[in-house]
Design a protein around this ligand. Structure first.
Ligand SMILES: *Cc1c(COP(=O)(O)O)cnc(C)c1O
Length: 394
């Protein structure tokens, strides 16, 4: 029994590649070649070197002393917020730009919610001198203005998605449409562990450097590579996949997946897919998603643009459906309070997405002896306007 992907591209009954015919050659080529390309010695050398000297890895594993004392347990923070561009997203975009170069693609497209993946993609395109087009929901363009400015400064073209809820799902639809129209020259850098196989596995492999480092960092600090619990927020699930990766089949390690409840799971304004979702197909894979009984996507809502997505990656659908991972949902308000709490007790301003993971500490049981790792997926600079507005309302 393994929780890893099988050779057909499935996690249990979730995953697969459900794609329009026009994309079949691209996706099939990736499927047949991605593992060979990634595992090739020259690729690994360049990938590892960029992670070290450009991204600034390894990211520290920080023992949060005051937070631990308050919760009467041992809490370690995996500091992905300290990466270049401020989140875990860059681990994946570095990997995928190297892959795009090796398969001869000259044009990069991406979707983005909070703008972190757009910035990370625009960054690696600038680094390699490759054309970059980023699709972003019109609403997200407004609520994440600093990241839009960064993308433009980096030379990317930011294209607004104006359909549906004008957020991440709609940006993803636009990116897929672009890819269908320009399949020959374009590589689509998907920003999370979603989409058709092999994307979920490819992105998880690039992000798995997070748990690879956690293993030796924990060994150094507590004498064992294994924590008792790993907590991560889940939008599509890439930072969680990276933090869980090397522990998936080690059932002594509890995996906690934290979703955005928005205004509350029962309010109709939510993005808590594990509670509200049912089995279906979205953006090329079979997974859990929020849909009406006749299969129309339900518009998701979260204050956090990076969690505002109606599905989750197939890995997480399987982990939650099988009981391997515990799902927790956190409201906007709980996340905002947790962001201020972490900032005031440890001097670290987290991204709004990440703040959801911290709020989960109030919802789950643990013991005094436990070693808990929270994946601190990103920094909060992009969310300062939201935070200050909240502060002024208090
Ligand atoms: C994008 C983002 C997320 C959500 O995406 P995942 O693929 O679920 O990790 C979480 N935290 C931060 C800081 C992000 O930028």
């Amino acid at each position: 029994m393994t929780y890893a992907i099988n050779t057909k591209g499935y996690y249990g009954e979730f995953g697969g590649a459900f794609i329009p015919e026009m994309l079949y050659p691209n996706v099939e080529y990736l499927r047949n070649n991605y593992l060979d390309i990634i595992n090739e010695e020259g690729f690994q050398k360049e990938f590892r070197s960029l992670l070290k000297d450009y991204v600034g890895r390894p990211s520290p594993l920080y023992f949060a002393k005051r937070l631990s004392a308050q919760y009467k347990t041992n809490i370690f923070l995996k500091r992905e917020d300290l990466n270049h561009t401020g989140a875990h997203k860059i681990n994946n975009t570095i990997g995928q730009i190297l892959l795009a170069q090796r398969i001869g693609k000259k044009r990069i497209i991406a979707e983005t919610g909070a703008g972190q993946h757009g910035v990370a993609t625009a960054t690696v395109c600038a680094l390699m001198g490759i054309e970059c087009i980023v699709y972003m929901g019109e609403i997200d363009i407004k609520r994440q203005a600093p990241n839009v400015a960064r993308m433009r400064m980096l030379g990317a073209k930011v294209v607004p998605a104006k359909s549906g809820s004008k957020t991440l799902k709609d940006a993803t639809n636009e990116a897929i449409r672009d890819w269908i129209n320009h399949p020959e020259e374009t590589h689509y850098i998907i920003g999370s562990v979603v989409g058709p196989h092999p994307y979920p596995d490819m992105v998880a492999i690039f992000q798995s450097v997070i748990s690879e480092e956690m293993q030796w960092q924990l060994k150094e600090q507590i004498g064992s590579p294994n924590p008792d619990m790993i907590i991560a927020c889940v939008g599509g699930g890439s930072n969680a996949a990276g933090a869980y990766f090397h522990y998936l089949d080690n059932t002594d390690v509890r995996l906690v997946a934290v979703e955005a409840a928005g205004l509350g799971v029962d309010t109709g304004e939510s993005a808590a897919t594990s509670v509200l979702g049912t089995k279906g197909i979205i953006h090329g894979s079979r997974t859990l998603l929020m849909q009406t009984p006749d299969g129309q996507i339900v518009e998701p809502y979260s204050i956090s643009a990076g969690l505002d997505y109606p599905g989750i990656g197939p890995m997480h659908a399987h982990l939650i459906d099988s009981g391997r991972a515990e799902a927790v949902s956190i409201t906007d308000k709980e996340a905002l309070d947790a962001a201020f709490h972490l900032t005031r007790i440890e001097g670290i301003i987290p991204a709004l997405e990440t703040a959801h993971a911290f709020a989960a500490l109030d919802k789950i049981k643990f013991s005094e002896k436990d070693n808990i790792v929270i994946n601190l997926s990103g920094r909060g600079d992009k969310d300062l306007e939201t935070y200050i507005k909240y502060l002024d309302q208090q």
